[in-house]
Every structure is written in C-alpha cells, then in structure tokens.
Design a protein around this ligand. Structure first.
Ligand SMILES: O=C(O)[C@H](O)COP(=O)(O)O
Length: 224
C-alpha cells in the first residue's frame, strides 16, 4: 500500500519557532489554512481511500479540506502526535532546536535509548508511532491502497528515517519537511517501507512557503 505522510499546515507556533508539542496545540495561521486547501487540491490524482490525523488539532484542521473534497471522514488516531519536547517545550532558541532535532535524528540512527530532556526516549516514540501505522494498515486491509496520514515534522522525519528503505538518519537530518510537505512510502509493516518521494516544500507550491517562519522542523536545525 501507499502511505502519504503529510505534515500539517503552518501554525502560529511554527512562525515563532516554538518547540510546540503539547495537546491540544494551536490551530493554523491564515497561510496554514491556504496550505491545507492547496494540499487537498494537489492530491487530486491520488486514489486516497482513508484519511487520518493526530490528536493535535492542527492536523485535524489540515485534513479537513481533503476530507471535504474527497468525501472522507478524518479518523483521529492515538500515536501520530508530534514527538514531545519535554523540558524544551515552547523554547525558541537555536540550541534548543538543535538539541531536539539532534535527539530525534539519533533515534532515526537507531540510538533509541537516547532521551529527550524530561521527555520520551526513542523506544517510546517508535512503539506508539509503529502501533498507529499498524492500525492504519489493518483498517485498509486490501480495501484501499492509498492512505493519507496528517502528522508532524519531527515525527514523520524520524519514523521514516528509521523505518523506510531509501532514507537513513543523514537523509532525514538533511531533508526538512515544510508545512504540508509530504513523504510518500510504499510497502507495509511486514515487508517494509520504501521511499517513493520526499516533497520537502509545501505540496501546493513554493508560493505557499513562508521564508520568514522560524519553524524548528521546517529548517535545518539538525545540522551541526
Ligand atoms: O516539534 C517541533 O519542532 C515543532 O514545534 C512541532 O512540530 P510540528 O509543527 O510539525 O507539529
């Protein structure tokens, strides 16, 4: 099956460069709303059979135009939320961005014992994200081949960085995922996942990028 992992549209927290991972989290900026509308239109040729969002409301708002356009309910699934920033929550400085991204990229390298300060380790993240993806695959069970999952920048990069062939932790560190960027994978949990394409820019086009945003996961905070 084909898995479209879509980052949500821009939030006020992204603009400020906040490590913003608490529930329920912010909604979208006006640009974020436009990114979500454009994302729905851009996927017109994808035969999407099911649509999922995380428990953070920014993904549910992002999924809404796609759901309306395609007549799909958005299923909110536990486990797809952003990697918790722990003691770094709401911080905006470059050192905190580097610590956050450095930790999650080390998980993509398989170093799952590393822990976010006062937050999860890599085992906890992969356990919950793997379980969520397994539920997505189970529910599809041959009925549809393409599924859209609206999730988060660090979560998508980290999970794909370890779980998908064609990506490794260095690739995940180098390739940012802007709001409404998409990582498309083919496969399943048993045979494994393969990268089809990594669309790091907003899927609706570069006119929907925000060069002024300090977004921690949409920028190269993992670089040394
Ligand atoms: O974790 C981060 O770096 C952001 O604050 C939250 O990521 P998101 O914008 O993709 O949810």
């Amino acid at each position: 099956m084909k898995l479209l992992l879509i980052r949500h549209g821009e939030t006020p927290g992204n603009v400020l460069g906040q490590l913003d991972t608490d529930h329920p989290g912010p909604g979208l900026t006006e640009l974020g709303e436009r990114q979500a509308e454009a994302m729905a239109r851009s996927l017109v040729n994808e035969p999407i059979g099911a649509l999922y969002a995380s428990t953070l409301i920014r993904t549910q708002i992002t999924a809404a135009p796609l759901g309306r356009l395609r007549g799909l309910e958005t299923t909110v699934l536990e486990g797809l939320h952003e990697i918790e920033a722990g003691a770094l929550e709401k911080l905006t400085d470059h050192e905190s961005h580097k610590r956050y991204m450095g930790t999650v990229i080390s998980w993509a390298a398989g170093e799952l014992d590393n822990r976010m300060p006062a937050g999860p380790d890599g085992h906890a993240f992969f356990d919950r994200f793997d379980a969520a993806i397994a539920r997505v695959v189970d529910r599809a069970s041959g009925q549809h081949n393409t599924v859209a999952v609206v999730s988060h920048g660090a979560a998508i990069r980290t999970w794909a960085g370890l779980r998908a062939d064609g990506i490794d932790h260095e690739f995940a560190a180098r390739h940012v995922l802007a709001n409404t960027g998409i990582v498309a994978l083919e496969g399943d949990p048993d045979t494994g996942w393969k990268l089809i394409h990594w669309e790091g820019s907003p899927v609706g086009g570069l006119a929907l990028a925000d060069p002024a945003s300090a977004d921690p996961t949409g920028r190269d905070a993992a670089a040394p």
